[in-house]
Design a protein around this ligand. Sequence first.
Ligand SMILES: Nc1ncnc2c1ncn2[C@@H]1O[C@H](COP(=O)(O)OP(=O)(O)OP(=O)(O)O)[C@@H](O)[C@H]1O
Ligand SMILES: [Mg+2]
Length: 395
Amino acid sequence: MPPTHPNSPANAASVLVVGVDARAMGQIRETLGTEAVLSAAPVPYEEAVAAVRRQRPDVVVTGFDADPEEAVRLAPMLLAEAGTKVHLVALSSGADPDRIRAAMRAGYREFVVLPADAELLRQAVHEATWSGDRDEDAGEVVALWGAKGGVGTTFLSVNLAGELSPVHRACVVDLDFAMGDVAAFLDLTVTQSIADVFRNIGRLDERMLAGSVAIHASKVHVLGQPTELDTREEPRGDLVMRVLTAASRSYQYVLADLGASLDEASVTAVTVADHIVVITTPDIPSVKDAWRRLQFIDKLGLERDRIRLVVNRWDRKTAQVSLADIEQNLGRRVDATVCDERQALRAVAEGVLLREFDKKCEGARDVGRLVGLLTGEEMADDSKPTSFMSRLFGR
Ligand SMILES: Nc1ncnc2c1ncn2[C@@H]1O[C@H](COP(=O)(O)OP(=O)(O)OP(=O)(O)O)[C@@H](O)[C@H]1O
Ligand SMILES: [Mg+2]
């Protein structure tokens, strides 16, 4: 049983509301009903830390409309005061991607847009009461991001999930709203897609997620894109965040295939991800795009130690660019390579994992080693730096 607040009805969360006006407070009160014990009035930002010290709430709901910067600044202070068990919920009237990112980085676990997603607030508070410490056991979110289209992001997402699935619960979430072919790679039929989940986001929980994924024989689960192009939804950052958070409660590894897109979905996903795997192929256009992508990640202010760089379709004999040149020009190490594997195309055509198609091939062995990216082991490389790419890039 989760602990209950001494003055609260059984299982109702004690909720402190910070930095909202009377109207928003009314909405919150109406939304939460008997789900929560609320203070009579919202407290101003400057009194939030003292109020947390006094009340020891389960949940702090902080308004972002009045002063988003203050709301962001407050989060680490609230966590320092209350400990990480407190659930911080950001409340906003708009789903501005920059605002969502700032909130996530600061330590907010949920981002709720009122009034549209009133139900989400109710659910977030409900989960906070019931989940106890569970977020500490939440699975790892791995964002796989292609430097450009066609570098093998889907292939690696699916096959990395396949490496994890015999031992861990692993799910590939298809966040490539342009291509969206994860399910096709495993020859799975999508009956419930991520678009359906978005539409019913207020009801999203572990059971709904379990009913929405397609399951491959390898035990890889897939939350896929709809088959029909015209039913694809425009990604919204707060919904993407919500899906990834829910998935990380159900799965030990959530692999988000972002494709190469720079939309709200991918930017949100990399912001919340534990690991960001940037994928390139060893050719000049891809490496250039990888450089741009790494710059972009830097601009988002994401920690570099979350990033892994993978060179896919690596073949020392035919590569246009050596690993050393890639490293020199990207200003970082290559963490892993996956060889250019002839069997890859046939595995995809049959809708099976590369390992299932031919577990002894070099590509399957390389993919097997990618698991080390998530556990911190590194791959050695034996190439020597030269300045070839520097000249090509004029850098
Ligand atoms: N290591 C590899 N060796 C050989 N072929 C590969 C390898 N990785 C991927 N491929 C092939 O490259 C093609 C593109 O792969 P994939 O669809 O995974 O790329 P993507 O980056 O997801 O592309 P998109 O931008 O279309 O989503 C596929 O036919 C796949 O079989
Ligand atoms: Mg793809």
